[in-house]
Design a binder for this molecule. Structure first.
Ligand SMILES: [Zn+2]
Length: 257
């Protein structure tokens, strides 16, 4: 019995996974808590779509100012550096089809999914009018980092507020309903995308986040960076194996928005 037969447990949970891939959207908006989260979560898919003409936008919710093990770091300088790195990562992922990179600039570790912040995300969705939105799965069990949970909620709840015309009428913008939402880090993913041809691009984009080599990639020299690359390749390979893909990124797909 094939491992991906409907009803069979997948490697990450009990949901049947569909390998049926989405058509390339005209535009996509990926919402991450910190600089680098988008590249980890869906960098391969964004690179694949961009290569097929999709305009790829980023929204980063926090300033990334706690992303270091150095207790004496200048946090303002770190936040500024991380914005530069994020713009470079977006360019590496999407090339000429890189869209906007927006920053909410909430303090790292203090992100909230309150009404005001939800309104800001909804405004950006109404301005950029993405066909697909991607974000952290806020329902991932036992997730410790509050920013990832709140960023996931902001993507979901921002869509609700953006799609219905009576929410945030003060925006003065036409409401916008995306076609689909893809959540990465899902406990029960049900959608796989083949990213075999875009693993190198994803790794190249991740490598733009040089300030994170020590704390996130656990890599301070070439050997350790190569080991990091190999860990990512192995993980994407593991995710793709049930679908006869050399590498995959998997998501919870919500297409009924
Ligand atoms: Zn993060």
């Amino acid at each position: 019995m094939a491992a991906n037969e409907p009803g069979q447990p997948g490697p990450l949970g009990p949901s049947p996974l569909s390998a049926t891939e989405l058509d390339t959207p005209s535009s996509a908006l990926a919402v991450g808590a910190h600089p680098d989260d988008v590249e980890f979560g869906c960098g391969g898919l964004l690179a694949k779509w961009a290569a097929d003409g999709c305009i790829v936008h980023h929204l980063v919710c926090t300033d990334g100012s706690k992303g270091t093990w150095d207790p004496d770091v200048d946090v303002a300088a770190l936040a500024q550096r991380r914005e530069v790195e994020q713009r470079e990562a977006a360019r590496r992922l999407a090339g000429a089809n890189a869209g906007e990179v927006r920053f909410l600039r909430r303090v790292d570790g203090e992100l909230d999914s309150d009404l005001d912040t939800r309104g800001e995300v909804a405004r950006i969705i109404r301005e950029l009018r993405p066909q697909v939105v991607l974000g952290h799965d806020p329902w991932k069990r036992y997730r410790l980092h509050p920013d990832h949970r709140h960023a996931g909620r902001l993507a979901c709840e921002g869509i609700v507020a953006a799609r219905d015309p009576h929410f945030f009428r003060d925006h003065g913008l036409v409401h916008h309903r995306p076609d689909a939402l893809l959540l990465w880090e899902a406990d029960t993913p049900d959608h796989a995308e083949d990213v075999s041809a875009f693993v190198d691009t994803k790794l190249h984009a991740l490598a733009a986040h040089e300030s994170q080599f020590e704390s996130t990639m656990k890599a301070v020299d070439e050997t350790q960076l190569a080991a990091f690359d190999q860990r990512i390749r192995n993980r994407l390979g593991d995710l793709g194996r049930p679908y006869d893909m050399d590498a995959a990124e998997v998501f919870k797909l919500i297409a009924d928005l």
